[in-house]
Design a binder for this molecule. Structure first.
Ligand SMILES: NC(=O)c1ccc[n+]([C@@H]2O[C@H](COP(=O)([O-])OP(=O)(O)OC[C@H]3O[C@@H](n4cnc5c(N)ncnc54)[C@H](O)[C@@H]3O)[C@@H](O)[C@H]2O)c1
Length: 337
């Protein structure tokens, strides 16, 4: 298969591209190498992918329609859309950047997908869409109408745009609602890595929610595997039922969302203990309030993922955190940071 992967130089995208290339598929990548975290990391990922064969990189921005359309010449068999701006707090501070990349960019990708006659789009949503949803665990059948961050709102918006095209153009749309993804070759802007750096430097770390938060930590390779399974899945499906809808006559639109998580809740302080152990030093804690954009708990029901793709992520933090921290400390040493 020929797969267009946006954000392929990113943390999850590079793992998706590597798994696809390993399976003998061709990957056309679009990425703008933005500097949310050092672009050098992204260039190294793209270089590694380029050495595998079957990988073609287009450097450009999904906000630019022409760039997006260049990825469809010739048309891929499926589109995997992962390019986006991430970060809860940042999204509240820089709404225009998030709205343009995550919503307008998504609009460019989905319209080009339809125009090229491609039948299937798999895209990254986020557990952040659930925000203030009252009942735990969060389920795909929830309305997800209460995002607490602008980031979550942009991802929910993408899901709604996807429904419109699933209905109008019969485009098969699968939105993957990832929990908190971490791993080797990761994103240094995420808390786990910041903790590792500060602890190793003997500096205090700020634990949000006074350390009383719980998270579902999803191993990066597991997240990528779910994306690949969804991209290769050719089964028929109809609209995920949510909030008493949709109406019967539009419910055959091929639109689904899936929680991608482990289903296990890990207290934030347990993650901190694992980082301390991996660094080999105790953390000095500064307990602070949670951000308004943060949920205390992001427990997600993963039964639909297992039923639909036959896969439930299994790598646990005890195994994953030491590897992620070790990768990051090596990276810091290598880059002289
Ligand atoms: N990592 C997580 O915990 C997590 C959780 C939920 C959802 N997600 C979603 O998964 C997807 C991948 O996330 P990631 O963790 O790999 O992040 P990442 O930042 O490592 O990857 C995103 C990639 O997209 C590229 N990009 C950003 N804006 C672009 C634009 N306008 N044009 C072209 N390229 C652009 C970036 O350069 C980057 O390489 C994103 O959509 C993200 O919102 C991630």
């Amino acid at each position: 298969m020929r797969v267009l992967v946006t954000g392929a130089a990113g943390f999850i995208g590079a793992k998706v591209a590597a798994e696809l290339l390993g399976g003998g598929h061709q990957v056309v990548a679009i990425d703008n190498f933005d500097t949310t975290y050092p672009a050098e990391i992204k260039r190294e990922r793209a270089e590694r992918l380029g050495s595998i064969g079957g990988f073609h990189l287009l450097t450009g921005d999904i906000r630019d329609e022409r760039t997006v359309r260049s990825g469809f010449d010739p048309a891929p068999d499926v589109v995997v859309h992962l390019a986006a701006q991430g970060g809860l707090r940042k999204s509240m501070d820089e709404p225009a950047t998030f709205i343009s990349s995550n919503i307008s960019g998504f609009g460019n990708v989905i319209k080009a997908t339809v125009d090229a006659g491609v039948g299937s789009l798999v895209y990254a949503s986020s557990g952040a869409v659930y925000g203030g949803t009252p009942d735990l665990p969060f389920r795909e059948s929830d309305a997800a109408a209460f995002p607490l961050s602008l980031y979550g709102a942009t991802k929910r918006c993408d899901e709604l745009l996807a429904f419109t095209y699933a209905h109008a153009a019969r485009l098969r749309c699968t939105g993957l609602r990832f929990s908190t993804v971490y791993g080797t070759d990761g994103r240094p802007d995420m808390a786990m890595y910041t903790f590792a750096r500060l602890i190793s430097q003997g500096q205090p770390i700020r634990v949000h929610g006074h350390g009383n938060m719980v998270r579902d930590f999803l191993w990066g390779d597991d997240a990528a595997h779910a994306v690949v399974l969804a991209a290769l899945d050719q089964s028929d499906f109809t609209t995920t039922r949510a909030a008493r809808g949709p109406r019967e006559e539009v419910s055959s639109a091929p639109w689904r969302v899936l929680n991608v998580a482990t289903g296990r809740q890990v207290p934030l302080m347990e993650m901190v203990r694992l980082v301390e152990a991996a660094v080999g030093r105790e953390a000095e804690l500064e307990r602070v309030d949670a951000l308004a954009a943060e949920v205390r708990e992001n427990r997600m029901d993963v039964s639909a993922l297992g039923d639909t793709l036959g896969f439930v992520p299994s790598v646990q933090v005890e195994e994953g955190v030491p590897q992620a921290v070790s990768w990051y400390l090596d990276y810091l040493a290598r880059s002289g940071t």
